[in-house]
Design a protein around this ligand. Structure first.
Ligand SMILES: [Zn+2]
Length: 335
């Protein structure tokens, strides 16, 4: 049998025998052996192929692992594996049921009341909205496998367009600010694929606003009074799948230097337009900023006056404001 077939299921022992530290062979978030990231790596060994995943480095199989760790090409890896494979067992990784982790959180969530640290956390970010859809829980955070906390955590339910629960998004906070750690935001392992799912911050209606981040979406609710949903990241924004009752969508995208946020916004715009949904895309005028930054930093008199006087859903005022931002974008003026 060829080594690449023989090694399937044996990677755990193979990598151990080749000198890989055990702590990098665990299916739990921890330190990445390749980039040094403290909590974004896991060895998930999917179907026994020795797979790993790091939020920064990406994914790979056992051969990729060896090439990244020892700089071995495929031929060298095969030679090395051949010498030790006789003693290596087939080990079936236990599949952890994501429901367990999600249930543990579900049992701890409670509504956010007015004097919660999370209300203050949002205020510190420049946000006044705190919808009932967001919950809080006292949760532990694991850094390098060490349990810390508990910390007051903002818990957002991620659902699909049928309203079915997919996973939880967590934002760990400490003393009313984002927890200083390597991954203060986290999506729990989902029970069904994440693609197209979102956080419905306010109940979806015919006309909604969409943003990447939860905080950005909330700032857009502060601005427009419209129902907002968060796609959580650019990748998911471009693939967003909305309920059929939605007829008009305003996409409040990020202005990324890499064009990642803009690309995702326009990809979604294209996808929705094809389905006959009316779409408006708003991109903030300054590179590297999202709408939350923009609204917090703007010194526009129009915005300040508008904040003081406008009623939520005062559509004409919002239109006026957006016109100002869009004009600035076109002429490239800095805020
Ligand atoms: Zn990494």
């Amino acid at each position: 049998m060829k080594i690449e077939h023989e090694v399937i299921g044996r990677w755990l022992d193979v990598l151990t025998a080749l000198g890989v530290d055990q702590r990098y062979l665990i299916n739990r978030h921890g330190k990445c052996p390749f980039c040094g990231g403290r909590d974004r790596y896991r060895f998930d060994n999917k179907d026994g192929y020795g797979t790993f995943f790091c939020n920064h480095c990406g994914a790979g199989d056992g051969f990729k692992f060896l090439s990244k760790m020892f700089n071995w090409d495929f031929k060298k890896s095969v030679t090395e594996i051949r010498q030790i494979i006789g003693d290596c067992r087939v080990v079936v990784m236990k599949k952890t049921d994501p429901r367990r982790g999600l249930k543990a959180i579900a049992q701890k969530v409670k509504p956010i009341n007015g004097d919660s640290d999370l209300v203050q956390y949002l205020k510190n970010r420049g946000i006044t909205s705190c919808p009932d859809s967001l919950k809080e829980a006292e949760l532990y955070y694991f850094e390098d496998g060490i349990k810390t906390g508990p910390f007051t955590t903002m818990v957002a339910l991620i659902t699909n367009n049928l309203g079915k629960g997919v996973s939880y998004h967590l934002t760990y906070t400490h003393k009313q600010h984002k927890l200083k750690c390597s991954a203060p935001k986290k999506i729990m392992t989902p029970v069904i694929p994440m693609k197209g799912a979102y956080v419905e911050l306010y109940p979806v209606e015919e006309h909604i606003c969409v943003a990447e981040g939860i905080e950005t979406a909330l700032s857009i609710h502060d601005l427009t009074g419209l129902p907002v949903i968060s796609a959580l990241n650019a990748q998911n924004l471009s693939a967003l799948s909305l309920p059929s009752l939605v007829k008009k969508v305003e996409i409040w995208g990020d202005n990324d230097a890499s064009y990642c946020g803009q690309r995702a916004s326009y990809a979604l715009a294209e996808q929705l337009t094809r389905k006959g949904v009316e779409v408006i895309v708003h991109i903030p005028p300054t590179v590297g900023k999202d709408w939350l930054d923009t609204l917090n930093e703007t010194q526009d008199d129009i915005y300040k006056d508008w904040q003081k006087t406008a009623e939520p859903r005062d559509v004409s005022a919002v239109k006026e404001l957006v016109k100002v931002f869009n004009t600035k974008m076109i002429i490239g003026e800095e805020q």
